[in-house]
Design a protein around this ligand. Structure first.
Ligand SMILES: NC(=O)c1ccc[n+]([C@@H]2O[C@H](COP(=O)([O-])OP(=O)(O)OC[C@H]3O[C@@H](n4cnc5c(N)ncnc54)[C@H](OP(=O)(O)O)[C@@H]3O)[C@@H](O)[C@H]2O)c1
Length: 299
């Protein structure tokens, strides 16, 4: 008689990823080449489809995928869902009985993560790895760097073993704020004007680019950004140029009629500014405009 699948004891994985989207599948495929990794999908039906094979770049990847109803245990969990799904994904992460949960999402999710994870080590790193959905599969879009908060040395080592440039960054707050600066300046403009990243440096976008940068820098600097104003400006311009032909994820979301991550990106900046009693009128305006675009896509 075949064994009842629900009675099979699942192994304990060294690492699991919650979120089988563009980046989750890309990380899982890389990790799977050098060791076990559990991939947690939104549902058992999705997990089953993934187990049958999913294109990741030019190869077909057959992940050890699970739905939230029947989860294995894992030592460490990496969260790779969109920011508005963070709380639900973090609750799923806890069900894996991990030693710690680390997010590599954009925007700021530390507060939500802390609320859900309670006393468990939980933190947010950053990654400049890239990937996008491509039909039924995903396509990695160039290697980047992954920085993890202190306490997640084991995760950094496992990622590095899989050939992903990853390390623990002692100044993770500053690194996260530097990434947020890029995102608050480039992403909303790309989405509103429907232009590739490089065009945010050109007219008619440029005055808004300058205003967003000038408003954001003092707030982020006060929160721990380790760049003076000139260096911050240089960094954002360099990123917009280096990724000039790319479509920002916020633009891709708007074009696909999906919800964007504006709450965790511009929304986080606006919340920081509000706590400091500072008004950021240009950020408030682009926040409202992106919300209009989201609502129009839903209508
Ligand atoms: N893609 C990139 O190049 C890139 C680069 C740097 C950072 N990031 C950040 O990484 C995060 C993920 O981005 P992405 O592009 O990989 O997004 P994505 O392609 O939309 O993938 C997210 C996946 O998470 C799944 N999901 C949502 N809630 C879940 C839950 N509670 N449990 C299990 N799975 C759940 C989604 O399922 P459904 O499809 O059913 O909703 C989707 O498959 C974002 O914060 C993004 O900003 C992305």
């Amino acid at each position: 008689m075949p064994a009842d699948p629900s009675s099979v004891v699942l192994p304990r994985y060294p690492v699991a990823i919650v979120g089988a989207g563009a980046l989750g599948l890309t990380f899982a495929a890389r990790l799977a080449a050098t060791g076990p990794v559990a991939l947690v999908a939104r549902s058992e039906a999705q997990a089953e489809r993934l187990r049958a094979g999913v294109p990741v770049g030019d190869a077909v990847f057959c992940p050890e995928a699970f739905g939230p109803e029947r989860l294995p245990a894992a030592d460490w969990v990496i969260l790779l869902v969109k920011t508005y799904d963070t709380a639900a994904a973090a609750r799923t992460a806890l069900a894996l009985r991990p030693r710690g949960v680390v997010s590599l999402q954009n925007g700021l999710v530390g507060e939500v993560l802390g609320e859900v994870c309670g006393g468990l080590p939980a933190g947010q790193g950053i990654t400049t790895e890239g990937a996008f959905r491509d039909g039924a599969g995903v396509r990695p879009a160039g290697a980047g760097e992954t920085l993890l908060p202190p306490g997640f040395e084991a995760v950094a080592a496992r990622l590095a073993e899989a050939g992903i440039a990853a390390r623990v960054e002692p100044q993770i707050v500053a690194a996260r704020l530097a990434k947020l600066l890029m995102n608050v300046v480039i992403n909303p403009l790309a989405a509103i004007f429907r232009v590739p990243n490089g065009a945010v440096l050109e007219l008619p976008q440029r005055p808004l680019f300058d205003a967003l940068l000038a408003e954001a820098w003092p707030v982020l600097r006060a929160e721990g950004l380790a760049l003076d104003e000139a260096a911050a400006r240089e960094r954002v311009i360099a990123v917009a140029r280096a990724t000039g032909a790319n479509r920002a994820s916020m633009l891709q979301d708007v074009l696909a009629g999906r919800r964007t991550e504006i709450d965790a990106i511009t929304g986080s900046l606006l919340a920081m500014a509000a706590r400091r009693g500072v008004e950021l009128p240009t950020h408030r305006a682009v926040f409202a405009l992106v919300k209009v675009l989201e609502a129009a896509a839903r209508a």
